[in-house]
Design a binder for this molecule. Structure first.
Ligand code: NAD
Ligand code: UFG
Length: 336
């Protein structure tokens, strides 16, 4: 299939590109490089032997999007492009609504104009807000989101549902990711955020590498077994495979759907630090810090819908997630 990955040079997009190229799809990427670099294209080529067709453009550029979709006969879009820093979204909400929500509307208009009617959207477990029960199933109420970033995900999900209601041929699948971590086993692609990482894993990796001093564990008084926050960490390679399967699923149907991509198992912050210590072979310094505003105590997925509809389930465990993240971090430091 001829597939466009918006945001395809980013963390999850690049791993998905590798997966799709391996499955013989024709991969096109459009990215404005606000949080990634062109070097990722070379890394993807080194891994797969094929280089995606790349357009440096912004999803908010209506003319460019129509051109990319129309000129290349794109049959489906996997829409990763977006800003994703929760804290920044509270400081610059308009930038998030503009980039994520307006950008998605512009992309959808271009899809409509060029007759492309299949979309996979990068949603998030954040749409569930504070869980009323665990594990989270897709019919858990959405809402109660505590930050503008999360609200953009919820709004986009609703926009897609409205579009599917209006256009009987449109197919939109919202993949609600839990916490993606890890890297490709080659160490050539992985998560490399600019500046101080917001997310736990890249922060732990930099402390392990001696780039940062210690991990701040945000709260040890949650109602969880060791008092620290519990999340469903999922290997980015499993997530990438989920996209390839979701693409087949979405292409063969119409209408709106939402599917969790998680493992079904939660780990605490301290368990993650211990697992990383095993992977890197030395202690990782940490201190207990105050809770971070907006954090929930725990969430993990019920992934059975993905198993039922896509035949997907996560296969890689925490050990592999930490080992590949560490391998990627070491390659970054060595500059190879
Ligand atoms: P990422 O920042 O590595 O990738 C996003 C890519 O989109 C980047 O390459 C960036 O340059 C590009 N981009 C941003 N705005 C753009 C625009 N207007 N036009 C074109 N390109 C643009 O992030 P990621 O972790 O790979 O996340 C991918 C998607 O998954 C995002 O939508 C994110 O919100 C969502 N998501 C991520 C997580 C996570 O923990 N990583 C969890 C849930 C959902
Ligand atoms: N944490 C720390 N110290 C840190 C960073 C995080 O203790 O330096 C803790 C958090 O308090 C939380 C856990 O580690 O308990 C995970 O935090 P992350 O920031 O890595 O991830 P979140 O669960 O807060 O959010 C992530 C993404 C969101 C996404 C959500 C669900 O950042 O964009 O997963 O997919 F919506």
């Amino acid at each position: 299939m001829r597939v466009l990955l918006t945001g395809g040079t980013g963390f999850i997009g690049s791993h998905t590109a590798v997966e799709l190229l391996a499955a013989n799809h024709d991969v096109f990427i459009c990215d404005n490089l606000c949080n990634s670099s062109r070097e990722t294209l070379t890394a993807i080529e080194s891994i797969t032997g094929r280089r995606p067709v790349f357009f440096e453009s912004d999803i908010r550029d209506a003319r460019a999007m129509r051109g990319i979709l129309g000129d290349n006969g794109i049959e489906a879009v996997i829409h990763f492009a977006g800003l994703k820093a929760v804290g920044e979204s509270c400081v610059k909400p308009l930038a998030y609504y503009d980039n994520n929500v307006s950008g998605t509307v512009t992309l959808l208009e271009a899809m409509q104009a060029t007759g492309c009617r299949t979309l996979i959207f990068s949603s998030s477990s954040t749409v569930y807000g504070t869980p009323q029960k665990l594990p989270l199933t897709e019919d858990h109420p959405v809402g109660g989101v505590t930050n503008p970033y999360g609200r953009t995900k919820l709004i986009i999900e609703k926009i897609l549902a409205d579009l599917c209601a209006a256009d009987a041929e449109f197919s939109a699948v919202c993949l609600r990711y839990f916490n993606p971590i890890g890297a490709h086993p080659s160490g050539l692609i992985g998560e490399n955020p600019n500046g101080i990482p917001n997310n736990l894993l890249p922060y732990v990796a930099r402390v392990a590498a001696g780039v940062l001093k210690e991990v701040n564990v945000f709260g040890d008084d949650y109602p969880t077994p060791d008092g620290t926050g519990v999340r469903d960490y999922i290997h980015v390679m499993d997530l990438a495979r989920g996209h390839a399967l979701a693409l087949q699923y979405a292409a063969g149907r119409s209408g709106w759907d939402a599917i969790n991509l998680g493992t079904g198992k939660g780990y605490s912050v301290l368990e993650i630090i211990r697992a990383f210590e095993k992977a890197c072979g030395h202690p990782v310094a940490y201190r207990i810090a105050p809770r971070r505003a907006g954090d929930i105590a725990a969430n993990w997925a019920d992934p059975s819908k993905a198993q039922r509809l896509l035949g997907w389930r996560a296969e890689r465990g925490l050990e592999d997630m930490c080992a590949t993240a560490w391998n990627f971090q070491q390659r970054l430091l060595s500059g190879k």
